[in-house]
Design a protein around this ligand. Structure first.
Ligand SMILES: [Zn+2]
Length: 300
């Protein structure tokens, strides 16, 4: 699941690649992907004005005060693609009825949208690295959601994955206050998007390893000095991960290429291997479907 560095990379790629583009037409291939309140086709004819990130959410701005908010969830991806011939015909957008509407079968060799594409913007004034003309939202697991809205509705509609203050922008005193007021395990709180937005399992694991703090300690037991160490580790790790375009594990992919921060992971995904700091075996604990890896010796 994309976290802050991956969402930032996607937003930066789109901001750069789509400059000067305009939406020619839209296609909604899987209706539940669009969570409202406006129709995807309300973007037809509008100019792309920029892309940004809030928490793990990617936000595309269009002329006329329109926004496309993307909650990528497990497997949502923005990728460039070629629109099928005839895809932009009137009445094409939103076709498919309720529920699953896989790309329509091609007749007589007509191209269709690739598998798992749930929505697409056919663009003009844009040409991708391979001459693509479209921005596709591909989502294998189908948990991702798109919201088309007015700029004034953005704050209200932001998915839960973007609600809290950004973990890269939170002040040290505020960060400590949020830890001190929670009895949840510190790792759980770091991943609570309402408390602070941007972190998931990968970076929470890496940050606590770097800070030498046990992921299971109640957040309220973290002293101010420890809180400052955690926040400093977060800034360094997230900064480096953004520079390396995020961690390409499972199926994360950014529009202009994969990330490489997975090469720097020291704890995430390393259970059973020696701790890079003390040599003791990294341990794995599984709870509520989530795996936590940590060093019982270095993380107290
Ligand atoms: Zn260790």
């Amino acid at each position: 699941m994309p976290e802050l560095p991956e969402a930032q990379t996607i937003a930066s790629d789109l901001d750069r690649a789509l400059a000067g583009a305009r939406v020619k037409s839209t296609e909604l291939l899987y209706r539940p992907t669009l969570a409202g309140p406006l129709a995807l086709s309300d973007l037809d004819g509008s100019a792309f004005e920029g892309a940004s990130r809030r928490g793990k959410c990617v936000i595309l701005a269009f002329g006329g005060g329109l926004r496309l908010l993307a909650s990528l969830r497990m497997t949502g991806q923005f990728v460039f693609g070629h629109s099928p011939v005839g895809a932009a015909s009137p009445g094409g957008a939103g076709a498919g009825g309720a529920g699953e509407a896989e790309p329509r079968a091609g007749s007589r060799g007509k191209r269709v949208w690739p598998p798992h594409v749930r929505a697409a913007l056919v663009l003009e004034g844009f040409s991708g690295p391979d001459g693509e003309d479209s921005l596709m939202f591909r989502d294998i697991r189908k948990f991702g959601r798109l919201f088309v809205c007015r700029a004034s509705e953005e704050e209200f509609l932001l998915p839960a994955s973007a609600k809290g203050p950004d973990v890269t922008a939170i002040a040290p005193g505020e960060f400590y206050r949020r830890l001190a007021s929670s009895k949840a395990p510190v790792k759980t709180l770091l991943m609570d998007q309402a408390a602070m937005a941007g972190l998931g399992n990968i970076y929470a694991t890496e940050i606590l390893f770097e800070a030498g703090i046990s992921p299971f300690r109640p957040a309220s037991s973290i002293a101010r000095e420890e809180s400052d160490i955690i926040l400093k580790a977060a800034g360094e790790i997230l900064g480096e991960a953004v520079r390396m375009r995020g961690s390409t594990i499972s199926n994360y992919q950014a529009p202009l290429g994969p990330g490489s921060y997975q090469q720097r992971h020291r704890a995430y995904g390393k259970a059973g291997r020696p701790c890079p700091r003390c040599g003791r075996t990294l341990e794995k604990v599984r709870s509520s479907g989530r795996t936590t890896v940590y060093c019982p010796n270095c993380q107290r």
